[in-house]
Design a protein around this ligand. Structure first.
Ligand SMILES: *Cc1c(COP(=O)(O)O)cnc(C)c1O
Length: 443
């Protein structure tokens, strides 16, 4: 008797699309994505990877597992607070609420009382000025790099940006501030040397071609030994004598000094020392959404706001909402993690370690995100076998541990306490999977 080709038993597309669970998935997935899933499962059956009788159940599983976004929330167990690969700053509950509220129609540029157009982002601007009274005005753009591009374009396109050779920083993933600045049509006029730059170096460079003096905080490295740099207040006198603006790119986003981070510059101090414009990121130490903050003197900020490029780098309504809420609300997760109580961290770590029968080791947390290089935050980690790391990252919830010196380390500094038990379960799960895998190898 002839055998029927099993591939002819693969359910048809229309029958699969008509399954109730597949039909209902249209409320969260596009028609195109659903059809892709159908085709994939049919292809698996055609290749003989699954029998035709399992096509339906495989499709239901694929539809249930598919999310509209492929971005997966992770629990950050690395101890690195502003983790660039994990999206930098996690938002506070208040900021999340604000951004959800702003996701629909919202009065971002409308005065509801008189029905006229209003200044975009007025709430975020007011919150910044309230949190940093040293600034006369503020402008929010897309990110720190955009803020720097806007400032150097508006103040120095076709002219020179005078900057120390010790401050020509690569910020990460190959992005170099000097390249960014030159892309604006400004010319870099480098002064001094890698380790030492003096006031006379700047003085010798200033002239009719100068657009601005730029001071960059070398946020992701530090130089020691025979070094010197010129502080902002000394550059102020020089800027005044030559009638050129003084721009300070701080990177980190601290608005005022933090005694915890004595070497990290802050906007209030930079403005008091005479910067006309201070640049910082919203999603580093400030703990808010991705944004570039420009704070400074009224005339300088107005000049930037009026430049056509300002429109190309403007912040979106979601970032404006989340930034305002970060500034006005309770301390965001970045600040909490930075100031985490060491005793409490120890208690949480001990509890999980005991439940797992794993050792606790000393482990230093980091600020990360290119901030406070070399600055260690004392803490602890649970030490587990290195082979667990991959299982944890691909588990549900996804947990990202630190892999170091042959171990998988779980640092709870950046894990909200309410998620401790989820970490515990994830580790138990991964340990069980690891046990099964090694038992399989042994057998
Ligand atoms: C991080 C950083 C930037 C870039 O800011 P983004 O918000 O990442 O675009 C620019 N300058 C310095 C000094 C920085 O540390």
């Amino acid at each position: 008797m002839d055998k029927v080709d099993p591939r002819r038993q693969i359910p048809r597309t229309n029958d699969l699309l008509a399954l109730p669970a597949v039909h209902e998935a249209r409320t969260r997935l596009s028609e195109r994505v659903i059809r892709e899933l159908v085709r994939e499962v049919q292809a698996r059956a055609r290749r003989g990877d699954i029998p035709p009788g399992q096509v339906e159940s495989a499709l239901l599983a694929a539809v249930a597992a598919r999310r509209a976004t492929t971005l997966r929330p992770v629990l950050n167990a690395t101890g690195v607070i502003v983790h660039t690969n994990l999206g930098r700053a996690p938002l506070s509950a208040g900021a999340v609420e604000a951004l959800v509220a702003a996701s629909g129609y919202v009065d971002v540029e409308l005065d509801l009382a008189d029905g006229r157009r209003s200044r975009r982002g007025a709430g975020a601007r007011a919150a910044l000025l309230s949190a940093c009274p040293a600034a006369e005005d503020a402008l929010v753009v897309n990110n720190g790099a955009a803020a720097l591009v806007l400032a150097t374009t508006a103040l120095a396109a076709g002219r020179e940006v005078v900057v120390s050779r010790g401050e020509l920083v690569e910020i990460g993933a190959g992005f170099r501030l000097p390249d960014l600045i030159e892309s604006t049509g400004a010319t870099l006029h480098e002064v001094g040397t890698t380790n030492r730059t003096h006031l006379r170096d700047y003085a010798g460079a200033l002239g009719p071609a100068t657009g601005c003096i730029l001071k960059v905080h070398p946020s992701n490295f530090w130089v020691g030994g025979f070094t010197s740099a010129v502080p902002l207040d000394e550059l102020r006198s020089l800027a005044d004598a030559n009638g050129v603006p003084l721009v300070a790119d701080l990177g980190s986003g601290l608005l005022e000094p933090d005694p915890h981070l004595p070497h990290e510059p802050d906007a209030a101090t930079a403005l008091a020392s005479g910067a006309d414009v201070v640049i910082a990121s919203g999603d580093k130490l400030l703990g808010g959404p991705q944004a570039g903050l420009l704070l400074g003197r009224k005339e300088a900020i107005e000049r930037l706001s009026r430049h056509p490029l300002a429109r190309a780098v403007r912040a979106d309504k979601l970032a404006l909402a989340a930034l305002e809420a970060t500034l006005a609300g309770a301390a965001p997760p970045v600040v909490e993690a930075l100031h985490a109580d060491v005793e409490q961290l120890r208690r949480r770590t001990d509890r999980l370690a005991q439940a797992l029968g794993a050792p606790v080791v000393e482990h230093e947390g980091r600020v990360g995100g290119g901030g406070a290089p070399g600055f260690a935050l004392p803490g602890w980690a649970i030490r587990l076998p290195e082979g667990l790391a991959g299982l944890l990252r691909t588990g549900d919830p996804a947990v990202v541990p630190r892999v170091h010196a042959g171990s998988c380390l779980i640092d709870l500094r950046c894990v909200p306490e309410r998620d401790d038990d989820r970490i515990l379960e994830a580790v138990r799960h991964a340990l069980a999977a690891l046990g099964t895998a090694s038992a399989g190898r042994a057998g």
